[in-house]
Design a protein around this ligand. Structure first.
Ligand code: HEC
Length: 298
């Protein structure tokens, strides 16, 4: 046993330990000021989107059905004029873990759209009322048409946009965010963007016709006119009809579109953590039992 102990001492001896620790400390001390100066420069150029509170945040979060239904209404009445959502089908709106419209509501909704189908027996394309299995029809036939209608800028597809957009919180936040499970950067950015229009650009910034100044858009110049204003969408559940509320609701809806299985994922995560805790405890007992005799001998 002594030889094992000596071996261990040799491997993880005092000197090796302290050298390793000193190296880690030095690396940390060097990295911290470098990261914080970079952060300061970023923060100067780009304000950080304020953090919102979301029902789907944290390890046990779930979507707020009423919010998703309102968000869908905002998307449908306002944003869908320019933004497609090609990966989402009407029937998804009644899936568990989403806005959970009833199947009858989804059927009626789909039937309000005309979907291009075909070719028929004569070889022609034709239009027919939508069915729940159809994807959301895009507002433009192709990207070129979308650009030419929007001053040359392409309105991005909404299917995964809430996960595709993010912003950097810098050191040490990216570490803390992982620990506190902050995963709502995308929706926070979208809310900030929709509320971030400024009538006056700062001195020295040129905003061309068809462009707008937005505090949170990277580069500050955006080719989307402010899409929301108070009372543009009528809410039936009494929620405030303000830009702030609309933007939160539509961002939550976009989050669901991008991550329809979020609730499943979080539920599974919680079960896995519980399982790992129990397993850790059992392994600890096993280890104690197995090594008991060895400890008594040395
Ligand atoms: C009149 C057309 C139009 C409408 C309506 C519209 N958008 Fe846009 N949107 C655009 C265009 C064009 C761009 C691309 C802007 C650019 O690249 O400068 C864009 C870009 C965006 C972006 C991406 C910004 C980025 O980080 O690149 C988001 C998010 C967005 N829109 C959200 C919305 C939401 C939410 C609504 C509905 C409330 C909406 N838009 C309504 C035209 C529109």
């Amino acid at each position: 046993m002594n030889s094992i102990r000596q071996g261990l001492n040799h491997m993880f001896g005092r000197t090796a330990k302290s050298v390793g620790f000193a190296a880690l400390l030095a690396a940390g001390l060097l990295a911290a000021p470098m990261a914080s100066t970079a952060d300061a420069a970023d923060a100067h150029a780009m304000p950080q989107p304020p953090r919102q509170s979301w029902s789907f945040g944290g390890p046990f979060g779930t979507y707020d059905r009423a919010q998703l239904q309102r968000g869908f209404k905002v998307y449908r009445n306002v944003c869908a004029a320019c933004h497609s959502m090609k990966l989402v089908a009407f029937r998804n709106l009644s899936d568990p873990g989403g806005p959970e419209f009833s199947e009858a509501q989804v059927k009626a909704l789909a039937a309000e759209y005309q979907i291009k189908d075909g070719p028929n027996d004569a070889g022609d394309m034709f239009e027919r009322p939508g069915r729940p299995a159809d994807r959301f029809p895009a507002p433009f036939a192709n990207d070129n048409e979308a650009r030419s209608a929007n001053n040359g800028a392409l309105p991005p597809d909404f299917s995964v946009l809430a996960k595709a957009r993010t912003y950097s919180r810098g050191f040490p936040w990216f570490l803390i965010d992982a620990a506190i499970q902050y995963q709502e950067h995308g929706v926070d950015y979208i809310v900030a963007l929709l509320n971030g229009y400024k009538d006056e650009a700062p001195h020295g910034v040129t905003v061309l016709p068809g462009q707008y100044y937005n505090e949170y858009m990277p580069g500050h110049i955006i080719s989307m006119a402010p899409p929301l204003s108070a009372d543009v969408v009528e809410y039936e559940d009494g929620a405030p009809q303000t830009v702030e509320q609309y933007s939160k609701d539509v961002a939550a809806f976009m989050m669901w579109a991008a991550e329809p299985k979020l609730e499943d994922r979080k539920r599974t995560g919680a079960k896995v953590m519980l399982f790992l805790l129990v397993l850790t405890f059992l392994l600890y007992l096993t280890k104690r039992h197995l090594w008991d005799r060895v400890y008594r001998e040395v």
